[in-house]
Design a protein around this ligand. Structure first.
Ligand code: HEC
Length: 110
């Protein structure tokens, strides 16, 4: 099996089981790259620099919210706002490790 074929195959498998492809390309999500995760899953609504857009600015999120609040928000935004249009972690294929890393990162922005 050629190297190229194995690469294509592993991306296809990651896509098939719902893993974010960038994560598998980096060899797992034990230490998720929060910035890459943000660019891929969040920037479209919250802005490339977290300045806000469809969703609010996140640049000072740690002043507003606790780590625990952020974990709940990322898992299921509807638990805070019934008609939230933000996708759940499951819909974005974020693992528990992804959610925790993102919440930890956001909670430090002050
Ligand atoms: C489809 C657009 C959309 C996407 C994609 C999205 N969000 Fe949101 N987000 C929103 C909107 C709109 C709100 C405002 C509250 C609501 O409607 O739930 C929000 C609210 C939030 C809040 C709470 C802000 C506060 O303190 O009230 C956080 C934190 C957040 N988003 C983080 C993220 C992260 C991290 C991602 C990527 C994993 C993401 N969002 C992806 C639209 C989005």
């Amino acid at each position: 099996m050629s190297k190229r074929y194995v690469g294509v195959l592993s991306v296809a498998i990651a896509a098939a089981i719902g893993l974010p492809v960038w994560a598998s390309a980096k060899g797992g999500v034990k230490h998720p790259d929060v910035k890459a995760l943000y660019a891929k899953n969040c920037a479209g609504c919250h802005g490339a620099k977290m300045q806000g857009g469809v969703g609010p600015a996140l640049t000072r999120e740690g002043k507003k919210r606790t780590y625990t609040w952020l974990v709940v928000e990322l898992k299921n935004p509807k638990s805070h706002k019934k008609n939230s249009m933000m996708p759940t972690a499951a819909a974005e294929h974020l693992s528990v490790a992804n959610v925790k890393a993102m919440a930890a990162y956001l909670s430090k922005l002050k």
